[in-house]
Structures are given as C-alpha cells and as structure tokens.
Design a protein around this ligand. Sequence first.
Ligand SMILES: Nc1nc2c(c(=O)[nH]1)N[C@H]1C(S)=C(S)[C@@H](COP(=O)(O)OP(=O)(O)OC[C@H]3O[C@@H](n4cnc5c(=O)[nH]c(N)nc54)[C@H](O)[C@@H]3O)O[C@H]1N2
Ligand SMILES: Nc1nc2c(c(=O)[nH]1)N[C@H]1C(S)=C(S)[C@@H](COP(=O)(O)OP(=O)(O)OC[C@H]3O[C@@H](n4cnc5c(=O)[nH]c(N)nc54)[C@H](O)[C@@H]3O)O[C@H]1N2
Ligand code: SF4
Ligand SMILES: [Mo]
Length: 683
Amino acid sequence: MKSSSNRFRSVCPLDCPDTCSLSVEVQDHRVISVTGNSEHPITKGVICHKVRKFPTRVHHPERILYPLKRTGKKGDFAFQRISWEEAYEEIITKFQEIIQIHGAEAILPYSFYGNMGILNSEGMDRRFFHRLGASHLERAICNSAGKQGVQYTMGMSAGIDPEDSIHAKLFIIWGSNLISTNMHQAVYINEAKKRGAKVIVIDVHRNRTARLADQFIQLRPGTDTALALGLIHILIHENYINQDFINKYTHGYPELEKAAQPYTPEYVSAITGVSKEDIIQLARMYGKISPSLIRVGNGLQHHDNGGMMIRTIFCLPALTGQWGQKGGGALKENSGFFDFNRDLIQRPDLHPNPKARSINMNQLGDALLFSQPPVYALFVYNSNPAQVAPDQTAVRKGLMREDLFTIVHDLFLTDTCRYADLVLPATSHFENLDLYRSYWHLYLQLHEPVIQPIGECKSNFTLFKELAHRMGFTEEAFQVTEAEMIQEILEGSDSPYLKEITYDKLKEQGFIKLAVPKELTFPATIPTPSGKIEFYSEQMRQVALPPVPTYIPIQDDPNYPLIFVSGPNHQYLNSTFANIPSLQHLEGKPILHIHPEDAQERLIQTGDKIEVYNKRGYCKLYANVTTDVLPKTVVSQGLWWDDQEKHLESVNHLTSQKLADMGGGATFFSTNVEVRVDTRANR
Ligand SMILES: Nc1nc2c(c(=O)[nH]1)N[C@H]1C(S)=C(S)[C@@H](COP(=O)(O)OP(=O)(O)OC[C@H]3O[C@@H](n4cnc5c(=O)[nH]c(N)nc54)[C@H](O)[C@@H]3O)O[C@H]1N2
Ligand SMILES: Nc1nc2c(c(=O)[nH]1)N[C@H]1C(S)=C(S)[C@@H](COP(=O)(O)OP(=O)(O)OC[C@H]3O[C@@H](n4cnc5c(=O)[nH]c(N)nc54)[C@H](O)[C@@H]3O)O[C@H]1N2
Ligand code: SF4
Ligand SMILES: [Mo]
C-alpha cells in the first residue's frame, strides 16, 4: 500500500442493521479516519459516532498482536507469547486427543457476529467445525424467537424495503431503540415526519427514540401480545378492517376474531398499564391512517413470550390491508431476501455424524457444566460470551473448569480471554476481503482490505483454513481463496434477487441492491403452507404452540418483584467498544433506571451504588431515579466489561438460560430481580 494519504471504500462489519458503507482514509498503513460513504443510497455519508472512532479500535495499544498461552491460573489473565506454529501444534494435539478419547462432539465452537462478513462469520469456520465433527451451535442469542414468529405468520423472515418507509403516514416504533440501534431508519422517519407522518413509540422505557414520537406509549414488559390483541379487538369492533384484503390474502380470520374477543380496552389496560383511552386512540389512528408501518425491534423477542409478541404484531398490517401499499406493512428484519445457498457456503455435508448434537448458545453455562458427553474444548471467535451470554454465574463456573481447553480468537483481551488456554490474534475487518449483507436494507456489499494485517493477526477465514490443513483435511472446500469463496456464494444461489450480482460488478460498484421485484414481495408472495398470511397457523399447533395469537404472561417471582430490562446502549455495540476510553466517557457509568416509588421503598437515591440481585447472582450498578420507567420495571443499558476495581460485573449474572417460546431464543429481558443499596459500596 502506498504511503501517501488514500481514501478507500469499506463496510461497517458490526452487528447493526444499517451495515453502512464507509469511506476510510489510510496513511502509512494506518486507518486515520472513518466516515460514511456519501455515494451509498442509505448511508448517505452519515454514520454513528462509535464507528468514527474505529481508528482508535484498530490501532489500539491493547490489540492482541501475537498468539498467547496461559501461564497462570484460569481467571488470572496471565499469558506468555508463543508462535503461531506452537499455537497450531497445541490445538491439533489437544483436538486429536479429545477426539480419540471422547469423540469430536466434545468440541464446541462458540461464535456470533462480532464481524458480520459472511466468509468470516459463517464460511470457512463452519466448514472446519463440520468436517471436524464438532457439536453444532444453535446461534439463537439475538433474533431467533421473533424470526420464527414472523415465519409462522408471513412464511419468510422479511418485511418491506426500508427505502420505501419514507412513504408511511404513520410509524409505530415497537420495542426498538432505533435512534441508537438503527440510525438510518430514524433518518427515514424524520423525512416522513416532514411530509406529515405521525410517529408512535411503544416501549417499556422512555428511551432516546421516544424523543421522535408524537405519542409515547409505555407498557409493562412482556405484555405486548395483549396490547396487539386489544388493538385487533377494537379494529374489528369499530370496523376498521379491510375485508377484501382479509378474504384474499389471509388465513384464519374467524379464529383471530374469536381470540381477540376477550381483549376489551379495560382488560388490556389492566394487563399492560396503558390507559384505556390511549389504547382506543391508538387503534383508531392505526385504523384510519394508511400507509402505516410498524418497525419492530429486537428487544421484544428477548422475553419468554417473545415469538408470540412479534407474531401477533405482524397480524396487524394484514388486518387493515397495509401490505402492498408503498411504505405500508411491518419490518423486523430482511435477512430472508438474502437467499444464499447456505449448504454450499457452510458445507454441513462434510460432517461425519449426521446425528451430532446441537447446543443452544443461550445455554452455554449448562452445556459446560452438565452436558453429556461433556464439552472438553471450546473455540470462541466473533463473540464475547463472558459478557453477552445469559447466566454468567454458570458460564464462568463452566469456563473455570480445569479440564476444559478454551481457545479465544479476538482483537482484544476480552473478559472471555480471562478463561482461555490460548488466545489468538484476530485481524479487524479492515484487513480482510469479505462479503456483507444487511438484515435491514437490501444492498449486498464487497469489502476489500484497506490495510495489511497488523502484527501476527489472522482473519477467521485464514485461521480455520490453516487449521484444516494441519488437521489433514484435504477436501476442496479448504483449498479455496476468499475471492473464490465469494464467487462460489454468488454463483451458487438460485435466488432471483441475487441473479444479476457478480463479483466483477461488486468490485466495480462496491454495493448492489437486490433485485426484489414487487411480485416477489408481500402480499403477492406469501410462502406459508396456506399461501396466505396466517392468523391461524397449523404449523404452530403441530409443535404445541397456540395456533392463534394468545397472551401468555412472562413469569412472575414474588421474591424478586422487579423486571430487569438490560438492552444495548448508544456508544457500544454489544460489548464491542466498551474498552474505548472516549466512548466509555460518553456513556459514563453503568446505570439502573428505577421508578421513584420503587426507589423510595428501598431508600435508594440517584447516584447510589446499588446491588441488583436474584437467585442466579448479582451485579452492581448506579441508580438513576426516574419516571422514564414504570413502577416494577428497571432498565440498564449496555454490556460493559468487568471492572474489577469497582467490583462491576456483567448484567448477565442476572439473566437466565431459559428459552423463549419459539426458535430457542434468548430471554434476557424476562428477568426478575430485587435491588438494594450496596452497603459495601465504594462510590
Ligand atoms: N448502539 C448500538 N446499536 C446496536 C447494538 C448495540 O449494542 N448498540 N446492538 C445491535 C444488535 S446485536 C441488536 S440485536 C439491535 C438491538 O436493538 P433494538 O432492536 O433497538 O433492540 P433493544 O435495544 O434490545 O430493545 C429495544 C427496546 O425494546 C424495549 N423493550 C424491552 N422489553 C420490551 C417489551 O416487553 N415491550 C416493548 N414494547 N418494549 C420492550 C427496550 O426498552 C428497548 O428500548 O441493535 C443493534 N445495534
Ligand atoms: N443482557 C443482555 N445480553 C445480551 C443482549 C442484551 O440486549 N442484553 N444482546 C444480545 C444480542 S442481541 C447479541 S447479538 C449478543 C452479541 O454478542 P456478541 O456477538 O458476543 O457481541 P460482542 O460483545 O460485540 O462481541 C463480539 C466480539 O467479536 C470480536 N470480533 C470482532 N471482529 C472479529 C473478527 O473478525 N474475528 C474474531 N475472531 N473476533 C472478532 C470483537 O472484538 C468482540 O469481542 O449479545 C446478547 N447479549
Ligand atoms: S454501527 Fe451501524 S450505524 Fe454505526 S456505522 Fe456501523 S452500520 Fe452504520
Ligand atoms: Mo443482536
């Protein structure tokens, strides 16, 4: 790379729906500035603050630059430098020993989307673990409950093209903090507002996004199915429904009508805490204004009843006939449109054991402590389970096992590295070739490296390819280069949306929009078993789920009467960036928002260091007494790294490994806790 200043096109690799196109300035092999690409139709030159700080992350003095081997006890963070050859040797010897004694299922990969690049998050890595014969990992920590709920209802996990959302006249932002988590959706909403659109925010927390709202509707956690059924009840009773649309495109209307019958405004108000008047007004507004768009967030599905909540909300646009009107319908995610041939990318056919077990990543704690046969090796990459996985007390106890061999591949010494036998240095995405899709907009993007790998860092792709060679895997799947894998992916898909996209075109243009013609979107195509939007789902009945929308309350616990909602914050991306001082500074301290009634009862004041606890464990936070939350709901934002000096540890000590109603989803937000002033506080 030339040493003069140069600008390159790049992509944001983070697990964020916006998947921005970036413009990166490089000087002397260093990334010196990152801004939004003004040519990208969605990014339009604007990105979030945290990613403008990416140069600090890439060239951070604490980046891991070479392989490390544990020298002290687990948990001590004591390592010594070793060579890659030694690291590979250690892994191969250990894996072969484990396979020989216990079988390959005793090895478990643990990864998520720390880098969303297809090659580096579900490419060579998956091929390697399949060929190895390892246990499968069910990657259900983020969106799986709601995705399943949408699939039951609509047949695929898709909504509308967000670029059409400026045409909506009514926006309902339902359980999404999109000012922080999906900022370009907020840009479209502001544009629509200028054209006269109304905005409603439905949330348990008066979050940053509530500032966008003409009306903020605050409800109790996990009660959204009841609210949606209440809206359905009024829409039917006051005849706001679109009977033609219902007849033509939906299945099970009589059953839905019956299911909504008991959900009078009084009854719904008692469940949700929303006033009867607000419920009626919201229903009437939804009945009258068209096109309307419901932007459903990821927060909702992180409840015991998360899948059902999202499914029920997705019944609303069908009832008033919003689908097919420009800007009308609902949008949770659009990953369904990126219809790649997964089997070709990930090669499950290489797995020697078709019956190999699958471990849900939300139950890592139990998997490490109790699974039979036991897990003897854990390989972590693209994820930081010692912060993000629920039930940290169990997770960390498992990670402390002396007979567990743990490898962590990351850019930094995260809390997970604390428990590693081997730490391997990962490149940042700036150093790699990869392909990026979005789970919100419809552009596929190519990423070409803008700098050389730093230190001895290797990409996930290179790491798993080299490991495969050393394990003696000779299949062609392990011979391909990154460019060849991209070509395989593009050429191997039968999807009509991807037909026109080639590697050459991507190299030239950087990003290309999927060809999603109108006749391939709702309501023209509804790939459910009935071919219609399913208010009644036979598929659900067959797996013992209620086939029509049904409100099932989240679990109460009289000993721990507060519901603890711990979503992401503004400046971090899950636990990524939590080690960047300027971003830490902007976030301040890890806070617990608590209602004045609850605070008073417990003699808690703003600024107090408090202990939040339940039967699984505790974490310490600083109180903020506020009416931004309802009584009995407490909210904390952000996944902070442990701070041993201040005795601050993960909020996930409180969350549980229990799974949601659908898709094996996580239930982070259905967490019962109690709170007290931390008497041992060092404030
Ligand atoms: N800045 C930033 N952006 C991010 C992330 C990040 O960490 N930081 N993370 C990324 C990832 S991986 C994801 S999954 C998304 C998540 O981002 P979002 O989709 O916005 O989801 P959350 O922030 O988890 O939750 C959204 C809202 O749901 C509310 N909520 C919780 N329970 C309920 C309920 O029962 N009913 C209702 N109506 N509301 C409820 C919460 O108070 C919160 O305001 O953001 C992505 N973008
Ligand atoms: N309490 C609570 N817990 C939650 C959530 C919540 O809202 N509340 N949100 C949940 C959700 S929605 C999600 S998606 C998960 C996210 O959980 P994770 O996917 O684990 O997210 P991060 O904490 O960002 O960790 C990603 C790690 O990958 C590393 N990384 C980045 N790029 C690369 C690379 O190219 N190679 C390798 N090897 N490593 C790389 C980063 O440095 C970082 O340490 O957390 C979940 N946990
Ligand atoms: S984190 Fe999201 S908003 Fe920020 S640059 Fe990346 S994709 Fe864009
Ligand atoms: Mo997520």
